[in-house]
Each structure stands twice: as structure tokens, then as C-alpha cells.
Design a protein around this ligand. Structure first.
Ligand SMILES: Cc1cc2nc3c(=O)[nH]c(=O)nc-3n(C[C@H](O)[C@H](O)[C@H](O)COP(=O)(O)OP(=O)(O)OC[C@H]3O[C@@H](n4cnc5c(N)ncnc54)[C@H](O)[C@@H]3O)c2cc1C
Length: 466
């Protein structure tokens, strides 16, 4: 039975913090209409796996302080998340181990749970007599269904806080946007209201009853495909993410606007795995970039990708339930694909041939190898890679299916709204316009090796991933 006690007061918010002012009320989305109880606030972390710069955690800590109660953080690992492999679980678990120790320093207990969040989170909430459940925002269908199930299974207030987007996704627009050109002005109009520094959670009391998570047991409970091995080139966690951001700003940002489309130049940030797992906040990245000494053109080009393109992907997945299927393509693209269904394909590859880089195209094979071996394909090559799937498979449906399978299996940042939007853009013209009609592609934008050769040294890239 849950006892309500005044002794639970955890003064882990510095009295001078005015977080209530800082967590923009529009970030809060009610997941049920139940009242709050007096018990601890459970911060159920999911997409945003970090102690710092986390609006969901800040909100949870604030409410706990206001209620004179504790905040308790938890993460529930779903043992067989669709498409995830050992590569992803390893990255995520190592990040969670660091999160546990970071949270400990602020006095917040952290519990790692294993199982189906839809049943495990309500049971855990009940076991700690939670009076409020705070979780983060994710537009993907599986995450939406988890949140809905948890919110209806518990008997206390459950809220979602958009801790991932700078301008909260539900606020920037209430419908699926046509493209960057329609969402850009909406984001820019609101940016000044949201793009401001974060408050810090400062601990003044350590909870003596910290549970220790048994990470070996948790690792043993994961049933993901072990054949896709962890990668060594990208270190997980908040510290590694901040180091990667510093390194990018010091060494590459200044040339981003000129060289981001050249996969040989290493001018991009490499932040997508950290953004995907929420090891770093996009808002922190944007603030650091904005304050840097880099040329304005470089900052603008980068912030366009980080803010406009990334938030457009969340918009696509939130408002288009068919974000992972042919039916999610715009009408003009579906129509043009119908007309060109019967076009003869010069090359047709099976999923095994594609997965093993066995096509006739050295450039494509190199991109596929980069993804399989490093866990991150360069952004420019992702477009070329996906376009060729449309050309070399029997239908746009198969192209999308293979693209999602390979992308989500090997990319560290896979299973992300950016991936769904990127594949839908490449294969289905989402967020793009109609182009002059041609074989197989119809009016969907075409890309070929000659176009790549105009942008970068194709041979050097092939040699690098031979
Ligand atoms: C077919 C295809 C598949 C993709 N799959 C994924 C995926 O699974 N996960 C993923 O995070 N991104 C995906 N992208 C988007 C983009 O290619 C990657 O985000 C980017 O290459 C990551 O590298 P970076 O962090 O060095 O990017 P940078 O160029 O340094 O950009 C910084 C950040 O801006 C955002 N961003 C950059 N380009 C885009 C874009 N085109 N759309 C949306 N946001 C963008 C990302 O969050 C990125 O980390 C895909 C794109 C395509 C065309």
C-alpha cells in the first residue's frame, strides 16, 4: 500500500533555481486526465537518455520539489525492440551505465528495468507509489502505443514532455508539413521562445537507498540479433557526446557549408547516434554552435539540418501514421510510381546481395560497407544508396522495405524519425517536389554516380571502404 509521507522530501533542486519558469508549459502534454498523488515523481526515460539538459527530467525534479517529494528515474529496456541489434543495445546500455552514475551525483535514484514497458512501467510506478509519471516525447508508433498503454494502466497523472525538439513538435505544427519550406518559417517564428540556456539540477542531498542495477542480468536478458556487432569508432554516453560536439565545433564546423556533402572530407558532426539515443540535446548543440566563432554561413547550414530537417522528420512521423509504408508517400509520388511499376530494371538484387555489397556499383558497395563496418554512413551517400534501391528492386514497396531493414539494422542512429523521413524522401518524394519524368523513378528525384563525381572524389571514397 502506498503511504504518503512528508519525510520523502528530497531537496535536490537548488532553492535559487526557477525551473518552473524555465520548463515551457507548452512542452507538457497530458497523457491522461487523472490527478497527481503525493508520492514520488517517476521520470520514465525513453528517448532522451541523459541527466543534463533534459526537459523531462527537469520537469520531474521541479514537480518533486514543489510537492516536497522525491524524483525517481527509470528506463525500461524492451528485450527485442523491432529492428534493433546487439550493436544498438550495446551502445544504449553503455550510455545507461553512465547515466546511472551521473544521476547518482545529483541524488536521483535510477532503476533499469527489463521487459515490456506497457506492463513493467505501471508495475514499477505502483511499487514506488508514484504520484506522477513524466515521460519524454517520441513520434514513432511503437513509442506512442507504449505511452498510451502506460497512461491508461496507472491511476495517477501521466505527462509527456518534449525533451527532444527545440520547438516542441506538437506546438510547431498541428499537421503534416509539405516540406522544409513550410515548417521552416513556423520554427523560426518560435525559436526565440525556446532556444535558451538550460537550468541545472543541483543536488544537495544523496538518497541513502540507492538501488544498484545489475547490468549483467540486463545484458543477459536482451534477445536482439547478436550477429551485428558493436562498433568501436563511436563511444556512447553524455561525456562522449559533449566531446564529439566540442571536436566538431573546433575542427570542422567552419567548413560545414562547403564540405558537408563530400564524404571524403569528414566535415559533418557525427552527432546523429548521440541525438538518436538522447545522449545529447539538440538544444545544447544549437546553443553551442550559435555561440561559436564559425562563419555565419557554416552555422546557418548546420542549424538548418539540426533544427529544421530534424524537426521536420518528427513532424512527418507524428502526423503521418504510414511513415514506414508506400501509402505514406504523397499522392503525386504514388501516382508516378504506379505509372512506372512495369518499367524494366536493368539490375535486380536480392536483400542478401545488397546486404553483402555484391552489386555491380563500387560506389554503392562502398557506402553499404561503410554502414556495416562503422555503423554510420555519410549523409550524402545515404541519399544515393537509397535511390539505387528504388532502381534495383522490383517495386517501390520492396525498395522501402529493404531500405528500412538495412538502415535500421546497421546504422547506429537507425529506427529514428530521420531514417523514416530520409527513406521516404529518397524513394517516395516525401518533402520533395516532382522532377522531370524518367524511367523507373517517374517524377521522383533521380541521382546517379556522375552527380556524385561532380561533388567529390568517388574513387577515393571507394578505396576507403574497399
Ligand atoms: C536514406 C536516408 C536514411 C537516413 N537514415 C537516418 C537515420 O536512420 N537516422 C538519422 O538520424 N538520420 C538519418 N538520415 C538523415 C541524415 O543522413 C543523418 O542524420 C546524418 O547523415 C547524420 O550524420 P551527422 O550527425 O554527421 O549529420 P550532420 O550533417 O552533422 O547534421 C547534424 C544533425 O542534423 C540532423 N540532420 C542532418 N541531415 C538530416 C536530414 N537529411 N534529415 C533530418 N535530419 C538531418 C541530424 O540529427 C544530424 O545529426 C537519413 C537520410 C537518408 C537520405
Amino acid at each position: 500500500m502506498c503511504m504518503e509521507s512528508d519525510e520523502m522530501a528530497l531537496n535536490n533542486i537548488h532553492p535559487h533555481d526557477t525551473i518552473v519558469r524555465m520548463v515551457h508549459p507548452s512542452r507538457i502534454y497530458e497523457l491522461n486526465s487523472l490527478p497527481e498523488g503525493k508520492g514520488p515523481v517517476l521520470c520514465w526515460m525513453s528517448r532522451d537518455q541523459r541527466a543534463r539538459d533534459n526537459w523531462a527530467l527537469l520537469f520531474a525534479a521541479l514537480r518533486a520539489a514543489e510537492k516536497g517529494s522525491q524524483v525517481h528515474a527509470a528506463f525500461c529496456l524492451s528485450p527485442g525492440y523491432p529492428g534493433a541489434t546487439m550493436r544498438h543495445y550495446d551502445f544504449m546500455i553503455r550510455g545507461l551505465v553512465e547515466l546511472e552514475s551521473d544521476l547518482k551525483k545529483t541524488g536521483i535514484p535510477f532503476t533499469a528495468l527489463l521487459g515490456d514497458p506497457q506492463t513493467v512501467i505501471p508495475a514499477f510506478a505502483e511499487s514506488i507509489c508514484a504520484g506522477l509519471i513524466v515521460t519524454d516525447f517520441d513520434p514513432l508508433k511503437i513509442k506512442r502505443s507504449w505511452r498510451a498503454a502506460v497512461a491508461s494502466a496507472v491511476n495517477v497523472r501521466c505527462v509527456e514532455i518534449d525533451a527532444h525538439n527545440i520547438v516542441p513538435c506538437r506546438i510547431v505544427s498541428q499537421k503534416a508539413e509539405y516540406g522544409a519550406y513550410t515548417i521552416r518559417p513556423k520554427i523560426h517564428r518560435l525559436l526565440h521562445e525556446y532556444l535558451h540556456p538550460f537550468p541545472e539540477i543541483r543536488s544537495v542531498r544523496q538518497d541513502p537507498d540507492f538501488a544498484v542495477n545489475d547490468w549483467n542480468r540486463i545484458r543477459a536478458g536482451i534477445t536482439a540479433d547478436p550477429t551485428v556487432q558493436p562498433v568501436s569508432g563511436v563511444m556512447p554516453g553524455e561525456k562522449a557526446a559533449m566531446d564529439a560536439l566540442d571536436d566538431f565545433i573546433m575542427n570542422r564546423l567552419e567548413r560545414y557549408h562547403k564540405e558537408a556533402n563530400d564524404p571524403n572530407k569528414d566535415a559533418v558532426s557525427g552527432l546523429s547516434p548521440y541525438l538518436h539515443f538522447g545522449h545529447i540535446s539538440a538544444q545544447r548543440v544549437a546553443l553551442a554552435v550559435r555561440e561559436s566563432d564559425a562563419p555565419q554561413q557554416a552555422k546557418d547550414a548546420f542549424l538548418e539540418e539540426l533544427i529544421v530537417r530534424r524537426e521536420l522528420s518528427d513532424n512527418f512521423c507524428l502526423y503521418n501514421d504510414r511513415y514506414d509504408s508506400f501509402d505514406g508517400f504523397p499522392q503525386w509520388a504514388r501516382q508516378t510510381h504506379e505509372i512506372h511499376r512495369g518499367d524494366r530494371r536493368e539490375h535486380l538484387y536480392s536483400i542478401e546481395e545488397l546486404e553483402n555489397s555484391l552489386t555491380h556499383d563500387d560506389l554503392w558497395n562502398a557506402a553499404q560497407r561503410q554502414m556495416v563496418s562503422t555503423g554510420v554512413m555519410h549523409g550524402y551517400m545515404r541519399m544515393y544508396w537509397a535511390k539505387k534501391l528504388l532502381e534495383w528492386t522490383d517495386s517501390p514497396e520492396t525498395a522501402l522495405e529493404y531500405g528500412l531493414y538495412l538502415n535500421d539494422r546497421y546504422e547506429l542512429d537507425g529506427r529514428d524519425p530521420n531514417g523514416y523521413a530520409g527513406l521516404a524522401w529518397s524513394i517516395g518524394g516525401v518533402h520533395d517536389r516532382a522532377w522531370p519524368e524518367r524511367r523507373i523513378f517517374g517524377k521522383v528525384r533521380y541521382m546517379n554516380e556522375k552527380g556524385c563525381a561532380r561533388k567529390f572524389d568517388v574513387r577515393a571514397y571507394i578505396d576507403r571502404y574497399r
